[in-house]
Design a protein around this ligand. Sequence first.
Ligand SMILES: [Zn+2]
Length: 572
Amino acid sequence: MAPYQKRILDIVFEPGVKKIVLVFGTQLGKTLITMIIKAGIIEHSPNGILFVEPSKDLASNYMRERFNPMVRDNEFLFKKIREQREKGSKSDSVFHKSFDGGYLAIAGSNSPSQLSSRPVPYVIFDELDLCKLSSGKRGSPNKLVERRQSNFENSLLVETSSPGDEQESMIWPDLELTDFEKYFVPCPACDYRQVLVWEQMRYPEKKAELSYYECENCKEHLTNDAKPYMLRKGIWMPTQIGLPGTFGFHLPRLYSPFPRASWEEMVNEKIEADRQAKRGNPELAKVFINTGLALKFNPNFTITKKQTLVDRVELYYHETPPVLPEGVVYITYGTDVQDNRLETTVVGWGIGDESWRLLRKVHAGNPALDYLWSEYFIWKQSLIFKHPYGVDLKISSGCIDTGGHHADIVYTYVRDKQHLHYYAFKGSNTNKGPMLPQKPSFNNKGNIPLYLINTVAAKDSIYARLLIPPPEPYQPTPGLMHFNQHCNEEYFDQLLSQKVILTNDGKAYRDIPNTRQEAIDCEVMAYAALKIDGPDLALVAEDLKHYQESKTKPIEKKELNRSSNWATRWNK
Ligand SMILES: [Zn+2]
């Protein structure tokens, strides 16, 4: 048995467990788990079991090729089920087996009569998203049987599947109501626990034989040989709070212990899928995403939307020394604090909040250590941005995230830098009130002004702005977002890592599983910093223009300097 299977089998008979949702890739032993669950019920808590396969044919195949051999090879089950047969239970057939205290009925989801007959306490779905497809317009098969379970105090619904399409998937919304457990495995080199994600798979020169998994922390090159150790030392950990009695487990094929599902094999599959997709056939890419990565396939959103943004990347702020795009008149940043690094995006703002991503910077290290913050401070204070009008701009302000494990450290860091407009930021994912609070909260260690930002409002406006197309030929456009050469595919994945869900407050944003969020978080914070400062960007632009004009009329320069406050504004 693979190490990740154990916890799932352990909770099956725990009191209060009502629903278990397994979203697994293929080659991970999902079928074995459901077989052991059935055997466990027959042994420990015999009662009616309904097992649903996508079709009647698959159901009879399953009995012939999986269930009957298991019974034959297991002395206990053999005795239980044969005994009943010898008593001449007349209802027994390919689709119905009785045993002491209960029965196992197996149904195809395309036969709704089988699903909605008598009440049954235990229901197990195999490949739920395929079941949905074959049950067609007759409604969701899992909702149909859930009603049949309501009479029982000790009922259990087990749903398993690889997810299908975004719009169709039934298992995915159910998984999102659970505690969404992921399997954290330690790196053999540095011991850092991480969730295996495709983004860390490397295959130089697109050659599968050169592929390796890169540790997210120490960057060690891990090969498939490291897998058994990592799996053995792995643990399931919830990533959110789920409904009571409901447990969910997400596992892509990257975790498969089987040699035929090695990392190298997955890379081979991906290379072929990409090749086919380039020829206009996305089917293999979809299979890879669904059954390999155990993710929903989104034919519209993820791929085309991201691609439109990738196609929009411009070359700017790249010369030596770099020069700002002319429209930039104000500069802010957002810094995300992770356990092993600080990630910063510096954004330039123009009239109407038109914006240019200027720099992205990672400071690697542990935020608990002072040197990291000194490096970060020196880097930020030394940044000078040359404007084509001849003036040097500095960063005006920025937000630093206090939401992670290092809130106290951020408060301490920010405390003596109030005059530099370093803002302590905390995101609130409830859609209440305006984006900015009327005033900061001081309710924290050290009484630092803390800005509680409504991130739903902030993301609403960022995602709406992403839809503004750049005009051709270019002209200043309020809200338009520009991306430069520092924005790679990974950056856009992070920027688009959110999706909307409906809540009691109207709506909220959730992380799309298996994505990272630094880019969108930094974006929200840079935007919040701009709004906290609230500069009149048109007025600032006017000041800059005057400065340029004053250079050609040296006599007026002094007066203009005195009458405008641009120098103090930027010379922080
Ligand atoms: Zn490592």
